[in-house]
Design a protein around this ligand. Sequence first.
Ligand code: PLP
Length: 397
Amino acid sequence: MKRDFVSPLVKSLPPSGIRRFFDLVAEMDDVVSLGIGEPDFVTPWRIREAAIHSLKQGYTMYTSNQGLPELRKAISDYWFERRGIRYDYRREILITVGVSEALDLLMRAVLSPGDEVIMAEPSYVSYQPTVLLAGGVPRTVPTTLEDGFQLKAAAIEKVITDRTKVILLCSPNNPTGVTLQREVLADIARLAVKYDLLVVADEIYCELVYDEDYVSISQMPGMVDRVIVLNGFSKAFAMTGWRLGYAMGREDVIAAMNKIHQYTMLCASITSQKAALEALRNGQRDREDMHQQYSERRRLIVHGLNEMGLDCLLPQGAFYVFPSIRATGLDSETFCERLLKEEKVAVVPGTAFGASGEGFVRCSYAASIAEIQEALTRMERFVRRYRRGACASSEGV
Ligand code: PLP
């Protein structure tokens, strides 16, 4: 018999619910996709041009493990201007290959086997696997539509044990688009102090908020030293393919992350770092233009979904809406599979983000107005069919 080389831990990880679904989409024509979690914009030209220019100048080598000092300095200035928090670019910032790498490094840098990480559910698909691969134990706290998908400190406190080490926050959240309110963050901050926990704040969508200014948990009194902020260029600057992110926070954790990074990744791509520098220095107008377009699309899609009877909060951030599909009487997987087969619209089952995503689907509005309108027309037809079906079957009982 052939020897089985694959580790049981890796085998035990479920495949991403999003990928499985998009394998189906790939085989079909004429699909309108509201499924993808990445900007539909091409990276702004000035940023691409800066990268091309850097190549022409011969910047093709490794950088320091921590990343280009001028990029770290620019990140430090950027957040000082916006939040009044000054991270020391020499010791408190690490450039990574996306927030994805930063998350992985963080978990491996702080967790010992059996340490627990608390996170909201539904939440981003990579969180639980990243914790598990680092030997940690994910502890999920369900959030609900009725509570506005806010992650309440009281619910967190119930799952704290003497093995809890980290609270992982995502605001604005993928898949719900919800930002954590100031008072919710203040309560979580108090809890972190009370139980001496590290907070990891995934803020990759923080520049895509629409109605209010963004509040970071790192701005809560006494929290700077207890929060590692993860951020990157993928979403705000439409740079997913450049794979560039960073971690900011206390020196000991950043140094530990850098230790793993230097052996496993060495550094992020110099071309991407040069491009990111241009994004921070001169990319604000482009970022604001894209922001404006997301804002218009958000209103269109939320209005359309609510009109057809799929209850939906007005999300404060990111480019996702998370409507309830209960009115159709279908579960999330069936809804998505039938919507794809019958109307050729791709959305993602809420259950891809954890069991409490049942009864919801994630629709991304990182799509053109014309695509969103077409998707809404098709979805409206689909929902009308199933709403009637649901009524007919309940009348028949
Ligand atoms: N965090 C969240 C919440 C995300 O939604 C994503 C991508 O979809 C990431 C992190 C990954 O970001 P990056 O492209 O910087 O690796």
